[in-house]
Design a protein around this ligand. Sequence first.
Ligand code: SF4
Length: 396
Amino acid sequence: MTTTPLPLLVLGKGRDLHTERGVECPGDLPPASDPALVERARAAKEALGDRVFILGHHYQRDEIIEFADTTGDSFKLAREAAARPEAEYIVFCGVHFMAESADILTGPDQTVILPDLAAGCSMADMAAISQVEDAWQDLQDAGVADATLPVTYMNSSAAIKAFTGRLGGTICTSSNAKTALTWAFEQRGDGQILGTGKVLFLPDQHLGRNTYVRELGGSLEECVVFDPHKPMGGLSVEELRAARMILWRGHCSVHGRFSVDAVETARREIPDVNVIVHPECQYEVVELADYVGSTEKIIKTIAAAPDGSSWVVGTELNLVQRLAKQFPGKRIAFLEKNVCYCSTMNRIDLPHLVWALESLVEGRVVNPIRVDPEVAGYARAALDRMLALPGETHKD
Ligand code: SF4
């Protein structure tokens, strides 16, 4: 019997280099079961000394956090990297867009390394630069581009940040989205926050909607969702003209899955529970929560809560587990039983970290992240605009 070949690209075979990023590691990756891994990571880090600085995002595994010189959210880590000009190598234990931002913000003599190139981000991947350029053309054709300013979440590729910078827009984080949107509306239309200006918000529709409606006092009716897979985003010219917030159809595949049902179950089953969620969660979930905030804000809120208090937390599971361990006097639970770890954050494990560090000790740089200089220039302009926002000091 003959078999019919599947009409699929075979990964790792040099046929689709863009999507094959990180499928294979060129080198001897130590097996995950190697009992000496912790010792090897420690020895390599010690041998490198101040030449290496390891950044660990809050959503990383404990085995990685143990070796991080500092931990934080994506923006805090990029700034930490920029503040270490003496470190020749920045090993970024996070995902691809974060390493790109670190490369943009660090000096030309520094190299940013992502231990596993397959550590991408599903949200960032939901906005390809060609789709965004096409969308902007649609806005021009609809006659609304002049009234619109792009505001882009940190969780996006360097190319999308550069698009934003080129058009005079700004980057935002989950901590400063309200400030960024306020500024953006003041730059367009009649300069009023709820006036005639528009924002194209990329790529997380939930953060955009939650901020506009809950923090700026806009209405849900003024938000439209631009679907890059449909002509004109699936919207009519009239809808685009009437909208104030044009939300890209992107979401986080972890935070987007927390449900209203899970919040209601927690309230039913845990007396006096506090529900705290990240603003990447759906609007309906955020509306039901007691507290909403970035990962840094979630950590600070729970740290400051009294012993004996009960919390259900809607953010990445590695962080929630770490909080539960760190604060045994508080009852801390994960909001949704059907939500898993962020699979791409979890790509960074001890074998990959050891491989990256030991390679440096041997004088080999593996998985460097280098953003094209022109892209980096425009992306930096958008990042700098964020840093210049009124009163902006990256509040957590
Ligand atoms: S948690 Fe969500 S936004 Fe963060 S890296 Fe994972 S998929 Fe991307």
